[in-house]
Design a protein around this ligand. Structure first.
Ligand code: HEC
Ligand code: HEC
Ligand code: HEC
Length: 123
């Protein structure tokens, strides 16, 4: 955990100074709209806490809010190819993946959860 914390701290610091940092920083598509579900700097630091908490109250306590739903993350953070099809947020270079590769984080969420917006999966 300590090592992870240091990693998280390092990336936060390096993203904060990205204008003067080197070219090895991850670059990924921007989210849709103006705002994330929490302030961007808070999301950068704590997004997994929100996700885990939301999973906890949603799955175990049956609370159905949408604010920190994983479906929402994918809706706003999946980008579209030139032909309009959605690209998985977990593809190399895409939002969730690029940052996690950079920080050596592995998540298994998308082996069960859709990594492209829901509407597309249901078609
Ligand atoms: C309504 C659209 C929307 C939703 C829903 C949304 N985001 Fe965001 N998110 C944004 C925008 C806009 C930004 C700021 C621009 C950017 O950096 O992409 C952002 C920023 C972020 C950042 C910081 C990126 C950086 O460069 O520092 C993270 C991490 C993030 N979102 C994760 C999530 C997660 C996880 C969820 C689901 C719990 C989520 N977002 C839901 C639109 C959204
Ligand atoms: C083995 C399959 C599986 C894996 C792996 C998995 N989930 Fe889930 N998750 C589920 C199921 C099933 C539900 C309940 C579906 C529902 O309630 O709509 C759920 C519900 C959720 C919810 C609440 C509903 C929502 O859409 O927000 C969140 C948040 C969530 N999972 C996050 C995660 C995260 C983050 C990871 C990775 C760390 C993850 N899950 C990995 C199967 C999985
Ligand atoms: C700005 C970079 C960045 C972006 C973008 C990003 N993450 Fe993360 N994520 C991290 C870092 C750094 C950690 C590890 C932090 C720690 O464990 O202390 C992490 C950890 C996680 C974890 C917890 C993994 C574990 O095993 O503890 C989940 C779940 C997660 N991210 C989901 C997502 C999802 C879903 C998206 C896309 C919607 C996303 N992240 C986008 C940087 C990012």
């Amino acid at each position: 955990m300590t090592q992870r914390f240091v990693m998280a701290l390092l990336i936060i610091l390096s993203l904060a100074t990205s204008s003067i940092a080197d070219v090895t920083l991850p670059s990924y598509p921007k989210g849709k709209g103006k705002y994330c579900v929490e302030p961007t700097d808070v999301m950068r630091r704590d997004h997994f806490e929100y996700l885990m908490h939301h999973r906890q109250i949603s799955v175990h306590l049956g609370v159905r809010s949408k604010k920190h739903s994983l479906v929402g993350c994918v809706d706003c953070h999946a980008s579209q190819a030139d032909d309009g099809t959605y690209i998985s947020v977990n593809e190399p270079g895409q939002f969730c993946r690029s940052c996690h590769v950079y920080t050596a984080v592995k998540i298994d969420c998308f082996s069960c959860h859709a990594a492209v917006p829901d509407a597309v999966v249901k078609q």
